[in-house]
Write a protein that binds this ligand. Structure first.
Ligand SMILES: Cc1cc2nc3c(=O)[nH]c(=O)nc-3n(C[C@H](O)[C@H](O)[C@H](O)COP(=O)(O)O)c2cc1C
Length: 263
């Protein structure tokens, strides 16, 4: 899977990553409150330019917002289901009780899951290990995995207080898989050794973000496919991003990542 990255993984990058090996992609997180209010620019974040398999990632907490949004939602080609973000650690997000502030709110997350289930949608969750070190040590992530009805759980193996300078904790995946639920590993995955280790733990999938922006062909390469060089794929991405008339910031951010200018 290609991880969602705000202002980076737009339609063009999702399409290119899928073409070169990613099985599934995600829209970047969209506030369900704005969707429920029928805010036009919020709805534009859900637009697909083609049929690339994509889940729509949502951020929110109020059940009525999810219900109102779903009442107006029509699936389009490429739409594969919904993903609830309960991992975003941004202070503005935490302050209003969404993102990683929801990891401990099992009953609430379960109620939201039920809303999607009642409408027959595929539903997945993207979480961190906890809002902070305390929640991580209490294994808040296992409570979510054990108690919420989702098709699979993407586990970004850091807690909400950890920056990208601290390594993701690959050791948590075994206990996550031992719950019997489908687990997608995320955080710092970039090479074949990582994939071999994850396969030995029997995760359901691997989600790659920053390493895929540096080389959108990483998915195919890790699968052992022979594909174009990273520079050729980036050229193809730029042409597609222009064709799709994406805002310039997407290309600018991708190029910055590709040149190693972003951590
Ligand atoms: C600039 C930036 C923006 C991000 N935006 C999102 C987002 O919209 N939704 C989300 O679930 N995760 C978001 N993430 C987190 C990534 O999806 C991913 O979990 C994280 O980068 C770790 O994976 P990686 O090491 O493969 O990049 C963002 C990360 C970065 C660096």
């Amino acid at each position: 899977m290609l991880a969602p990255i705000e202002d980076v993984t737009g339609n063009a990058l999702r399409t290119i990553c899928h073409k070169y090996g990613a099985d599934l992609t995600y829209t970047v997180m969209t506030r369900v409150e704005g969707l429920a209010r029928m805010n036009k620019s919020t709805w534009s974040r859900l637009e697909f330019k083609d049929e690339t398999p994509t889940e729509i990632q949502l951020l929110g907490v109020k059940e009525e917002h999810f219900k109102k949004f779903l009442a107006n939602f029509k699936p389009h080609k490429g739409f594969m289901g919904f993903n609830l973000n309960i991992g975003c650690p941004s202070p503005q997000v935490i302050k209003i009780g969404i993102g990683a502030a929801m990891i401990k709110r099992i009953a609430k997350v379960q109620k939201i899951a039920k809303i999607f289930r009642a409408e027959g949608y595929n539903f997945s969750i993207k979480t961190r290990l906890g809002l902070n070190k305390y929640e991580r040590e209490k294994k808040a992530y296992l409570n979510i995995i054990n108690n919420v009805d989702a098709d699979y759980f993407i586990v970004h193996a850091r807690d909400g207080s950890q920056s990208y300078n601290e390594p993701a904790d690959f050791s948590v995946y075994q206990e996550c898989v031992d719950t019997g639920r489908k687990i997608v590993a995320n955080g710092d995955i970039s090479n074949k050794e990582h994939i071999d280790m994850l396969k030995s733990v029997k995760v359901y999938g691997a989600m790659i973000g920053r390493a895929a922006v540096i080389d959108p062909g990483i998915f195919g390469r890790l699968k052992g496919e022979k594909i174009l060089s990273k520079d050729d794929i980036l050229k193809e991405y730029i042409a597609l991003s222009e064709k799709y008339e994406e805002p310039y910031k997407y290309r600018k951010n991708v190029i910055k990542h590709a040149e190693g200018l972003v951590e």
